[in-house]
Design a protein around this ligand. Structure first.
Ligand SMILES: Cc1cc2nc3c(=O)[nH]c(=O)nc-3n(C[C@H](O)[C@H](O)[C@H](O)COP(=O)(O)OP(=O)(O)OC[C@H]3O[C@@H](n4cnc5c(N)ncnc54)[C@H](O)[C@@H]3O)c2cc1C
Length: 248
């Protein structure tokens, strides 16, 4: 059941040039959620540092963020917040909020979940940028469990330095035979040895042979999710086997 509760900013960690991991302390509350769900932050903007609430913007703002921490963590939640160049509230969360500041948080919400006993053999997670957040929760949780399911992450970013949680993803997958990953870069420099370009049908092809037993999860900005969805449907994947979380 969704609830509203107080959270306190406990840690802010910059992961890439424009993305932060924010950890919020739950205090005496516990949040029971499923892998892949999100919370909605209820943010009463304060005029501090160089932040001004102007241009007719409301002081009370609501923004949704996928929970990136494992469902096993009971005392805190970690959120991955990307700050677009013109991001209003994301700038407040990442630059202006101080450790110890409080927020109201509502949730958990959403059906973009990995069930505890999934009725499929393998899952392909497709992410662009901060869209990796729900998969971090799933991989962190599954890595501690005995869930007999193969998970593959196909993660698209602009450059190498934009890959969120790269080391963690590599280490987790290298130590678990059921987990694997592929990175692709749309603006790779000459030194990048991995995949290049936007997600295309050749990158999806290795996972298309087990059509009936594979489920596809797509998460990120609308353009990427819609593009990959069209590729999958064009390859004969049933819409019932595609789950989507669109960040808009
Ligand atoms: C269910 C759900 C879960 C979400 N989970 C996350 C999450 O885990 N991490 C996360 O960073 N965001 C997530 N979002 C998006 C988030 O709620 C905000 O929309 C985002 O942080 C931008 O808010 P803002 O006030 O900074 O930008 P605004 O000032 O509202 O918008 C600024 C500009 O940035 C663009 N923009 C917004 N979000 C992004 C983005 N992620 N990447 C690139 N451009 C963007 C907007 O289209 C707009 O042009 C989620 C959205 C939904 C609906």
């Amino acid at each position: 059941m969704p609830q509203e509760f107080k959270t306190k900013l406990k840690e802010k960690k910059q992961l890439t040039p424009d993305t932060w991991a924010l950890t919020f302390d739950l205090g005496v509350q516990t949040l029971v959620f499923q892998m892949g769900q999100f919370v909605m932050l209820k943010i009463l903007l304060q005029e501090k540092k160089d932040f001004a609430v102007n241009e007719g913007r409301k002081q009370l703002q609501y923004r949704s963020y996928s929970i990136a921490s494992s469902t096993a963590e009971k005392n805190f939640i970690e959120l991955i917040v990307k700050k677009p160049a013109d991001g209003f509230v994301s700038r407040y969360l990442t630059d202006i909020m101080d450790i110890g500041d409080e927020l109201s948080t509502m949730g958990p919400y959403g059906n973009f979940i990995l069930p505890e006993n999934p009725p499929y053999e393998s899952i392909v997670f497709i992410a662009a940028g901060s869209g990796v957040a729900p998969y971090l929760s799933m991989m962190r949780t599954v890595n501690r469990s005995t869930l007999p399911i193969r998970l593959h992450l196909l993660f698209s970013n602009k450059t190498e330095s934009d890959i969120i949680a790269r080391k963690e993803i590599e280490n987790t997958c290298d130590g678990n035979s059921l987990l694997s990953y592929d990175f692709t870069l749309t603006r790779a420099d000459g030194s990048w040895q991995g995949r290049k370009g936007r997600i295309n049908i050749d990158m999806l092809a290795p996972h298309l042979s087990n059509k009936k037993r594979t489920t596809w999860y797509l998460c990120g900005a609308p353009a990427v999710v819609n593009e990959v969805n069209a590729l999958l449907e064009g390859a004969g994947i049933s819409p019932n086997d595609i789950k989507q979380e669109i960040y808009n």
